[in-house]
Design a protein around this ligand. Structure first.
Ligand code: NDP
Ligand code: 8X3
Length: 256
């Protein structure tokens, strides 16, 4: 297999991260896959090694600075030339108005979506700078472009991903590092199951009556972004289901 370099993907145990791992493996990347669920990381490693890719798994909680530091500091030297960083790990917790919200949910979203992304970036960007090139792809959300009722803190974290992506793009260009932000609308992954804390009925209802995006749609957009010529950067993409014209607006039961 043609080797295309090394990509580190956070949140590779499910959804967008897992689909992106499979896509990037097919493109010839060797992969550093991260997440908290070790068994899933191990299964994905076995699956992708069987098609000839080299896979390193790192199991850590992205909210814990000490764990992030130790995991990335201990990457073997042969894996340190990271060409692509996909900052994907993230979640929504709850869908309450601020006056009814859970402070634990807020902490979890801010710690994962904002601080976790920063912690991993803080560790990986210096490696890219030493290498003299790189490409960071941050997974934001339409919720980081427009707010919707009950989205409040989740939206706030994704507005921050949008802002951080713009800051990174300005600060890293002279180090020859591209930065792209991808902002999707509703994709059926484990996202709603996590948001509604395992309530399968509530989660399934989100995707009833319209054709949602699938994780592979985002993996394909990442393939497109990575395959542009060196002179081109895709700064950002907003990718929506046809039936979702705006954040929090889904046209249901109209055959869309
Ligand atoms: P999933 O729930 O399917 O996957 C989320 C991934 O994030 C899992 O691999 C999970 O791994 C990882 N993760 C969550 N918390 C932590 C943590 N504390 N430490 C390490 N890893 C963590 O959701 P999606 O694939 O849908 O979500 C991926 C990204 O896409 C998120 O940033 C989300 O906000 C964004 N997004 C999702 C949309 C959607 O509609 N689904 C739309 C727009 C954006 P593990 O649990 O094993 O740690
Ligand atoms: C999640 C996108 O539209 O489901 O980031 O809130 S949406």
């Amino acid at each position: 297999m043609k080797e295309n370099g090394i990509a580190l993907i956070t949140g590779a145990t499910a959804g967008i991260g897992q689909a992106t791992a499979i896509k990037l493996a097919s493109m010839g990347y060797n992969l550093i896959l991260t997440g908290r669920r070790f068994e899933r990381l191990k299964a994905l490693k076995v699956q992708l090694e069987a098609i000839g890719n080299k896979i390193l798994i790192l199991c850590f909680d992205i909210r814990n600075w000490g764990e992030v530091q130790a995991a990335i500091d201990n990457i073997p030297d042969s894996w340190k030339k990271i060409n692509v960083l996909i900052n994907n790990a993230g979640l929504a917790a709850g869908l309450s108005k601020i006056q009814d919200g859970s402070v634990d949910d807020w902490d979890q979203m801010i710690d994962t979506n904002v601080k976790g992304l920063l912690y991993v970036s803080r560790m990986v960007l210096p490696l890219m700078i030493v290498n003299g090139s790189g490409h960071v792809i941050n997974i934001g959300s339409i919720a980081g472009k427009e707010v919707y009722d009950g989205g409040n803190i989740y939206c706030g974290t994704k507005y921050m991903v949008d802002a951080l992506s713009k800051s990174m793009r300005r600060e890293l260009i002279e180090q020859n590092i591209k930065v792209t932000a991808i902002h999707p609308g509703a994709i059926e992954t484990e996202f709603s199951l996590v948001r509604f804390k395992g309530d399968t009925k509530k989660a399934a209802k989100v995707y009833e009556g319209f054709e949602n995006l699938i994780a592979e749609d985002i993996a394909e957009s990442i393939e497109f972004v990575l395959n542009r010529p060196a002179r081109v950067n895709i700064n950002e993409l907003i990718i929506m289901p046809k039936a979702q014209p705006a954040a929090g607006v889904i046209i249901k039961n109209k055959n869309l």
